[in-house]
Design a protein around this ligand. Structure first.
Ligand code: DGY
Length: 324
């Protein structure tokens, strides 16, 4: 490679990250922040030595099949990488990295935010007040669900779920139950007050709040389907800060409409940025626009982690966060 490596950066990133990219590489930034089309992604793979992508870039098998391809690394800005066809990347010898760890706390904070919002009807309350409908305090006005001491069921027990358990157990005195095919050690679980359950179904039957923390893979697609919503308690709430694909959104709407569950707090959706209209009209649903990692500190840290992966790649060193 002659000169500085060319890196196509698909979205606008926080300024300190853009500065670091410009210093280290021949970085092709996206100041207008327009998502790249499929053709532009293909062209980027042909023109650049690496791509810095985000969740909005669909790096499919078809995109990766472009010939001749120059790029050897797709450094994804995010811990999730379901926007990239990992098998196709592996088959074509394209390395993929992600940005774990640095967004754990921000995402856990947001899961707790959603849990509290949906339980205490805060979105609804704000709309009520701003809409000029508040007639004053009264003992029976807008009663929500108590959170302290309730049971939180975690689906998946990786880094983010553990950080949620830490907050919920030590902050809100919640009982934590979880199901994960690869559970943490008994010591780690005990430090979070968390009890394993042998099946997902047991978690769903027992929990007052179910929070999803599994990756989006072909196996977890529509993990929360009609049957599984049917197992949840009618007074239980769903929280999703993982990925929209994990929930069958039509089945969720059906469960909410039939009052088979009490409500939902969602940060992610099946067809982002589209959100099923029925959800938008429901007062017992809190909807956020994929804000899990959206703090200044976290987004800078994610960017710097992607920069580190790029630097290691071009220095011929092992990637810090290799996915494939
Ligand atoms: C993540 O890191 O997975 C966030 O949801 C942004 O993609």
């Amino acid at each position: 490679m002659s000169g500085r490596p060319v890196v196509v950066v698909t979205r606008r990133l926080p300024e300190p990250v853009q500065q670091a990219l410009t210093q280290a590489f021949d970085a092709r930034l996206n100041p207008d922040d327009r998502p790249l089309t499929t053709d532009a992604l293909r062209a980027a793979l042909q023109q650049a030595d690496a791509l810095l992508t985000t969740v909005t870039d669909k790096v499919t098998a078809d995109v990766l099949a472009v010939e001749p391809r120059r790029a050897g690394l797709v450094a994804n800005f995010g811990v999730g990488f379901n926007n990239i066809d990992i098998e196709a990347a592996k088959a074509r010898g394209v390395a993929v990295s992600n940005t774990p760890d640095v967004l754990t706390d921000a995402t856990a904070d947001l899961a707790i935010t959603l849990l509290l919002m949906v339980a205490r009807r805060t979105g609804e309350g704000e709309r009520h007040l701003r809409g000029g409908q508040w007639a004053g305090w009264r003992p029976t006005h807008m009663l929500g669900t108590h959170v302290t001491g309730k049971t939180l069921g975690l689906v998946g027990m990786g880094r983010i779920a553990r950080a949620v358990a830490q907050r919920a157990h030590h902050g809100f005195g919640m009982k934590i139950i979880f199901h994960d095919p690869y559970p943490p050690s008994a010591d780690v679980a005990a430090s979070l007050g968390a009890e394993p359950r042998a099946t997902l179904e047991e978690v769903l039957r027992e929990a007052d709040f179910v929070s999803l923390h599994c990756p989006a893979t072909p196996e977890t697609r529509h993990l929360m389907n009609r049957e599984r919503f049917g197992l949840m308690r009618p007074d239980a709430f769903l929280v999703n800060t993982a990925r929209g694909d994990v929930v069958d959104e039509a089945a969720l709407v059906e469960a909410l409409q039939a009052a088979r569950i009490a409500g939902a707090g969602l940060d992610v959706y099946e067809k982002e940025p589209q959100v099923t209209q029925a959800l938008v009209s429901m007062d017992n649903v809190v909807l956020l626009p994929h804000l899990g990692s959206a703090t200044h500190e976290t987004r800078v840290a994610m960017g710097m982690r992607a920069v580190e992966n790029l630097q290691r790649f071009f220095a011929g060193q092992p990637l810090r966060d290799r996915v494939v």
